[in-house]
Structure formats: structure tokens, C-alpha cells
Ligand binder design. Structure first.
Ligand code: NAD
Ligand code: UD1
Length: 354
């Protein structure tokens, strides 16, 4: 029996509800879960993802995951799903995530992200499912005074998107305080990039990408003329912004590590607080370094011009990952080159996305 068969047997009864599982990070996590023998059940309203993701996941894992098209705000539909499956834990990715859009449409963001989460937590509670991993974001730290950013850095969200994440974190804290049976892990992601190494799934932003890596890949594949670099006068090694880019498969494996922790029958952990954990590499990379790494792996020139700083941007942001290593026994394995290489394979084999 191979190692992966053994794993498959071990977790064969663990059904994991994955909200937002057809999205970018969700789909990669579903692959990681299936490869570890878990049985994911996806709920997604497809507002920012495509149904064809399921076939692609099947192409990697040999089996399409169970899928329900439903909105988290539809409590009745959620309840039916919980009654149909014996769910042991929930990984909650579903949400709207564009910072600029959240500033323009705060109500839409609060309603979707907060009300959606409240609906999910209520249904979990009614069905006695009390284990959850929640997708939060490094954006809740805002302009951190100390870098690298550790989990005890005081939260200072600066936009409705980040505030919605922080509010959901607090709701989870209160739920746990009221009933310590709840096992809550809050994961604060830094900058997820890249794609599965098969080139079958990846990031497929709608419209003009807001984020650096998808913009670079679309320039490389000829969908956009040139990259605009937002400022080269920051106090960093080459003047461009520094971020902590994390390969999406490392991030996916971080979720599996968190799941292992909460799925343990007799958790030895003192259940005082939900766990709040940064997921990043702990290393900063400048915009210029990312452009150069992408050019090297793709063999494509990335034309760029330097423009003024983007409003709201910070000079540098990267994670202190000491706590993640200690608590999850997990650390990232993939390099900036791996991130560029896998992003390029995905983009060049799927120039228009899914
Ligand atoms: P994504 O948009 O690709 O995936 C989110 C999925 O949730 C989509 O498939 C969308 O259709 C679904 N969804 C949204 N609202 C829903 C609702 N009310 N009911 C059902 N489904 C709904 O985003 P992603 O990049 O995969 O991000 C996943 C999570 O991680 C989000 O919560 C996001 O805020 C968080 N996050 C992402 C990043 C990032 O850079 N991608 C960084 C930090 C945190
Ligand atoms: C963005 C989000 C943040 C989210 C994070 C991870 C904003 C304001 N913040 O932040 O909430 O958690 O993504 O996905 O949207 N850059 C360019 N040209 C581009 C795009 C980006 O030079 O076309 C630069 C930026 O100035 C920055 C770096 O590249 O220095 C990374 O930008 P981006 O990918 O948007 O991530 P964040 O700014 O960290």
C-alpha cells in the first residue's frame, strides 16, 4: 500500500465543507485535501468562480468533488447540505475580496462577508458542527509599526474589506468564548500567488487584475501591454514595494496542517482562544525582484513603466512565521521562482483563464 493510500484510508470519513471552494485559494485547497484523503464538499455561489474548475480538479485528483451552487446567505439551502452530509469541519473561504470595490460598495461587502458568515455559523451551530478554519488577511494589520508582522500586532484595518475580516474574527472569538467546544483557527494570509503545478487550476481574475502577479502574467501572455509599477521611491532595497508572496499550494498545505490540528479527536490544546496564525514565507520580495524572476522563468520580457504610488499602499509587509511553524508544524517549501514558474504555466496554457 502506498503512502497516499494509507492517508486516504485514515481520513476517509472526514467530510469537510469548503465554502468558496471553486475560487482561487479554495480550489487549490480542495486538491490538497483530496490528496490527503479528506472528502471535501464545496458550497459556492459562483459569483467569482467558474463551474469548470470542478472538472479541472477532477483532472488532478481523479475525482470531481461534491459541489452545491448556493449562496451562504441562503440559510435554508445551507441547512439542507449540513443535513445531507456528516460534516466534521468547515473551511470558510467564501467572500468578496477586492479592496477598492469594498471602498465603493461597503454595504455589499459587509452584507456578503459578515451576513454570509453569520448564516454559516448559525447553521453550523444548529447542526452541532463546531470546527472551523477561517480565511482572514494580513490586510487587518494595516500599516504595521513593526515588521516582520507577528500575530500580536494590533489590528488596524483601513478599508471595508479588511474591516469585514476583522469583524468576522471577533464574531468567532465571541462564539468560542460562549462555547469553548468550538475549535477555531483564523488564518491570516499574506500575498497568495502561483498555481497548481499541473497548470490545470490557477488564478483567474475577472477584468483588470488588481494584484501584481496576475498582472505580470497577463502582460507576459500578451493580454496587457505593460505593467505599471506603483512607485519606486519607497525606503526599500530598490525603491519598489515589498510583500510576502506565498505559493498557493504552500497556503493550501497550511490549511491541511490546520485541519489536522482541529480534527484530532482529543485536542490537547488548552481551549482558551481561537488560534490566529499568519500564513506567509517570512521573506519580503520587491516588485522589481518579482518582475525579474518572472522574466527569467518565462523567457518573456515584461515591459513596465514606473508611475506614482497607489493610494493606500504601504512600503513593506511580511510575516513573522514563528508561530505558524510552532503550532502547525508547517512551513513553506516553494521559492519565488516556483511561484513564477507555476503562474506562467497556468497563464500560458490558459491564456484566457478557465
Ligand atoms: P475568490 O474570489 O477566488 O474565491 C472566493 C469564492 O467565494 C468565489 O468562488 C466566490 O464565488 C465565492 N463566494 C463569494 N461570496 C459568496 C457567498 N455569499 N456565498 C457563496 N459563495 C460565495 O477569492 P480567493 O482569492 O480564493 O480568496 C479566498 C478567501 O481568502 C477570501 O475570503 C479572501 O478574502 C481571503 N484572502 C484572499 C487573499 C488573496 O490575495 N487572494 C488574501 C487574503 C485573504
Ligand atoms: C492587496 C490588497 C490586500 C490583499 C493583498 C493580497 C489592496 C490595496 N490590498 O495588497 O488587501 O490582502 O493584495 O492579495 O488591494 N503593484 C504594482 N503594479 C500592479 C499591481 C501591484 O506595482 O499593477 C505593486 C503594489 O504597489 C505592491 C505590490 O505590487 O507594492 C503587491 O501589490 P498587490 O498584489 O496588489 O498586493 P498588496 O498591495 O499587498
Amino acid at each position: 500500500m502506498t503512502g497516499s493510500n494509507i492517508k486516504r484510508q485514515r481520513h476517509s470519513e472526514s467530510t469537510i465543507l469548503v465554502t468558496g471552494g471553486t475560487g482561487y485559494i479554495g480550489s487549490h485547497t480542495v486538491v490538497a485535501l483530496m490528496q490527503e484523503g479528506y472528502c471535501p464538499v464545496i458550497v459556492d455561489n459562483l459569483s467569482n468562480s467558474k463551474i469548470s474548475v470542478l472538472k479541472r480538479i477532477g483532472g488532478i485528483t481523479g475525482r470531481e468533488p461534491t459541489f452545491y451552487k448556493a449562496d451562504l446567505l441562503n440559510t435554508k439551502a445551507l441547512n439542507k447540505i449540513f443535513q445531507r452530509h456528516r460534516i466534521s469541519s468547515v473551511i470558510h473561504f467564501a467572500g468578496l475580496k477586492a479592496v477598492g470595490e469594498s471602498v465603493l460598495h461597503p454595504l455589499q461587502y459587509y452584507r456578503n462577508n459578515i451576513e454570509g458568515s453569520l448564516s454559516l455559523f448559525s447553521v453550523m451551530s444548529e447542526n452541532d458542527v463546531k470546527k472551523i478554519i477561517f480565511s482572514s488577511s494580513a490586510s487587518i494589520y494595516g500599516q504595521a509599526a513593526v515588521i516582520p508582522i507577528a500575530e500580536n500586532c494590533p489590528p488596524a484595518p483601513t478599508n471595508p474589506y479588511a474591516r469585514s475580516k476583522f469583524i468576522i474574527e471577533q464574531i468567532l472569538n465571541d462564539i468560542h468564548r460562549a462555547d469553548p467546544q468550538w475549535e477555531v483557527v483564523i488564518l491570516r494570509y499574506f500575498n497568495p500567488v502561483g498555481a497548481h503545478q499541473s497548470g490545470l487550476i490557477g488564478e483567474d481574475p475577472q477584468g483588470i487584475p488588481n494584484n501584481l502577479m496576475p498582472y505580470i502574467s497577463q502582460v507576459a501572455v500578451g493580454r496587457r501591454k505593460k505593467l505599471q509599477i506603483f512607485g519606486n521611491d519607497y525606503p526599500t532595497s530598490d525603491g519598489t514595494g515589498v510583500r510576502d508572496y506565498i505559493h498557493v499550494m504552500d497556503l493550501a498545505e497550511g490549511h491541511v496542517a490546520a485541519l489536522r490540528k482541529i480534527e484530532k479527536k482529543q485536542s490537547s490544546r488548552k481551549k482558551k482562544m481561537p488560534l490566529m496564525i499568519n500564513l506567509g514565507t517570512g521573506r519580503g520580495c520587491t516588485v522589481m525582484e518579482m518582475v525579474q524572476a518572472f522574466e527569467k522563468v518565462s523567457g518573456k520580457k515584461i515591459p513596465y513603466s514606473v508611475t506614482k504610488r497607489r493610494a493606500g499602499d504601504i512600503a513593506a509587509c511580511y510575516a513573522d512565521v514563528t508561530y505558524a511553524k510552532k503550532i502547525l508544524k508547517w512551513k513553506t517549501k516553494r521559492s519565488i521562482e516556483d511561484m513564477c514558474c507555476d503562474a506562467w504555466r497556468w497563464q500560458s496554457e490558459n491564456p484566457q483563464g478557465y
